[in-house]
Design a protein around this ligand. Structure first.
Ligand code: ADP
Ligand code: MG
Length: 348
């Protein structure tokens, strides 16, 4: 029986599901979050709230734990690095620093000879004038974006005039891919060449927010294998420990591109809770805590639907679900438009 206490930075639904998985493994959890209403406090053993640069609160947090992981990538690098001096942080802070910057992330992926969308760094408005080749494109902030936040579709350089973009932040302009499909690979790396990898998951987005995920993905064998190979190469190259997600685009000519890497458990992997013997959350806890690696077995095909905003209300009122349906309510205090409030996985 383990005597480990795991610290988790971030207290949203991913933190909650990590805490639930940890409990099953007898790993205690302390969640640290800047939101006093963070839902993960309902599932962890201890909850500490404070801003991510509050030194006192951070020491209160790290004094209670053996090691630290995180549920989202936008934690200041300095914070993770400081914590790492006292308690191991996994995945390593340097991995997080690389991936939280879209430009550094894409440069890293290209160096591995893995295809990404075409991209260019934009530092000022006039940079876009000479970049017809990258249009139509999407202008994205280099840091702190999620769920399509900080993204602007650009058809021509004139579009910029109508948008009020703050160029004191760094941007990247990405050529728009004519999407046929999006998939993701979730992989948990334990140590050198030791992995558990899930099959490709097919994802559909609405307004740049994930809406549906399903397995099996409707893709050809080449893409099936290439996406897994690329995810393994990325995880190995990063010497990653824990669960990682690689998001991919497939264009209309069946070319595969890496869209982005998430150095954490991922929304598209929620269906692994019910569709596999070991979920992405349990695998993450196992890997970072140095617990046993268990070979993955698929239990069933599955589909997952995110419940955004007030869609949750209908599901909260259902008394009894079918045996193949699994409803998760994140217990968020306020319903907000487009906010991820819960999800439902159906085994099919
Ligand atoms: P986030 O960090 O918000 O998840 P992404 O870069 O993954 O940002 O973009 C969110 C979604 O927007 C993608 O999953 C995809 O549907 C769409 N998108 C983003 N970039 C492109 C692109 N270059 N071409 C086509 N679609 C894109
Ligand atoms: Mg994304």
């Amino acid at each position: 029986m383990s005597e480990i206490t795991l610290g988790i930075i971030g207290g949203g639904q991913l933190g909650s599901m990590l805490a639930i998985a940890a409990k099953k493994l007898n790993v205690k959890t302390v969640v640290f979050c800047d939101d006093i209403d963070a839902p993960a406090q309902n599932f962890c053993n201890q909850f500490v709230t404070g801003s991510y640069d509050n030194k006192e609160k951070i020491s209160e947090f790290i004094n209670q734990v053996d090691l630290v992981t995180y549920e989202f990538e936008n934690i200041p690098y300095e914070t993770l690095n400081e914590i790492n001096k006292f308690k191991p942080v996994l995945p390593k802070p340097s991995v997080n620093r690389l991936i939280q910057h879209r430009l550094a992330e894409k440069d890293f992926v290209n160096k591995l000879n893995i295809r990404t969308t075409r991209y260019v760094s934009i530092e000022k408005k006039s940079d876009i004038d000479a970049l017809e080749d990258f249009l139509p494109g999407i202008l994205k902030t280099t840091t702190l974006g999620y769920d399509g936040k900080g993204q602007y579709p650009i058809k021509s350089s004139e579009d910029l005039n109508s948008l009020n973009i703050d160029f004191s932040k760094g941007y990247i302009l990405e050529k728009l891919v004519k999407l046929k499909k999006e998939i993701s690979i979730i992989i948990t790396r334990f140590s050198n060449n030791k992995y558990e990898i899930y099959e490709p998951i097919e994802n559909s987005h609405e307004d740049q927010i994930l809406k549906y995920s399903k397995i099996p993905a409707d893709i050809n064998e080449k893409i099936f294998n290439q996406s897994k190979d690329w995810a393994m190469l990325i995880a190995e190259e990063l010497k990653y420990v824990g669960t990682l997600c690689v998001e991919f685009f497939i264009d209309r000519n069946d070319n595969l591109y890496v869209n982005e890497i998430a150095p954490r458990v991922h929304n598209s992997g929620h269906l692994t809770i019910n569709a596999f013997n070991v979920s992405q959350f349990e695998n993450h806890v196992r890997a970072v805590c140095g617990l046993e690696q268990i070979p993955l077995k698929k239990i069933s095909n599955a589909k997952m639907m995110n419940l955004l905003g007030d869609q949750i209300t209908h599901y909260r009122n259902i008394q009894k679900f079918n045996d193949n349906e699994f409803f998760f309510d994140y217990l968020k205090k306020d319903i907000k438009e487009k906010r991820k409030m819960g999800h439902i996985t159906t085994l099919v």
